[in-house]
Design a protein around this ligand. Sequence first.
Ligand code: GDP
Ligand code: ZN
Length: 299
Amino acid sequence: ANQAALEQGLVIAAHGRHYLVQAGEQKLNCVTRGKKSDVAVGDHIRLARTSADQGVVESIDERRTLLYRSDQYKSKLLAANVDQLFIVVATEPSFSDDLVSRSLVAAESAGVSAHLILNKTDITEALPKTRERLQVYARLGYPVHEVSAKAQPDETRAAFMPLLAGKSTILIGQSGMGKSSIINLIVPDADIATREISAALDTGKHTTTFTRLYQMEQEASIIDSPGFQEFGLYQLSEGMLERAFRDFTPYLGKCRFYNCHHLNEPGCAVLEAVQAGAIAGMRHQLYAQLVHESSQTLY
Ligand code: GDP
Ligand code: ZN
């Protein structure tokens, strides 16, 4: 197509091979050519208009960052051009350290910064224990923000606003942590916007199972993804994996063998750090598990 005739747009929702694209003041229902579905929410694209409210995606602008979903999803791309990942956890119900660490690995390897949001601090009985559990992440330098979406909505909104300004933020969380409550606090028209998107993409009345992006004031955008997004980590090489574990960094290059896998080799500086308690055992277990998972996909 003639590049000059193309319009610019921002992908704000994806459902199968249909994409809702914000082009100026308008929202267009766009498709890709052929069977390709390599467009992600957050992508800046060039489109050719085919009708007043429809278009075809002709090209995707270069991405700053890209997050992948796990294998089980049809579309492998979760979101593009995300600056920061907020992982919502709560005092109650209990959260999974495995899922938190997997999300941190996904963020590190994509060059996306990661924050933990501890919601429901009003449940004071469970607060000390939860804070203690989050120490391992705080010590690695991941900011932990304490909020209470339900008990302190104004304070919660005020805590989020400066963190969001000028950035594209994706929120994830296991069910029950309060992610929807938080989204509804910081995006006042989230429900209306979701219904509009659903209608425009014809997703069916009761489907909210699509990733969507909300544009807000101060150049901020918020991406909400339904369910807990299991990140795709299978595409990470072993070298990328070891670098995605911040706690390993001081020990890399100090193992006896230059090609050490940090699994059971003698003279492994990483394993010695685990033994000494400088690296949490659960972090190394996850690393070993991810090495195992990625080798399963390769061979
Ligand atoms: P989601 O599944 O992560 O989207 O969680 P929801 O936003 O639906 O919240 C799950 C439950 O936790 C609901 O019953 C909320 O009312 C409750 N909840 C959300 N935020 C808070 C909070 O700050 N304190 C307390 N006590 N409950 C909360
Ligand atoms: Zn090693």
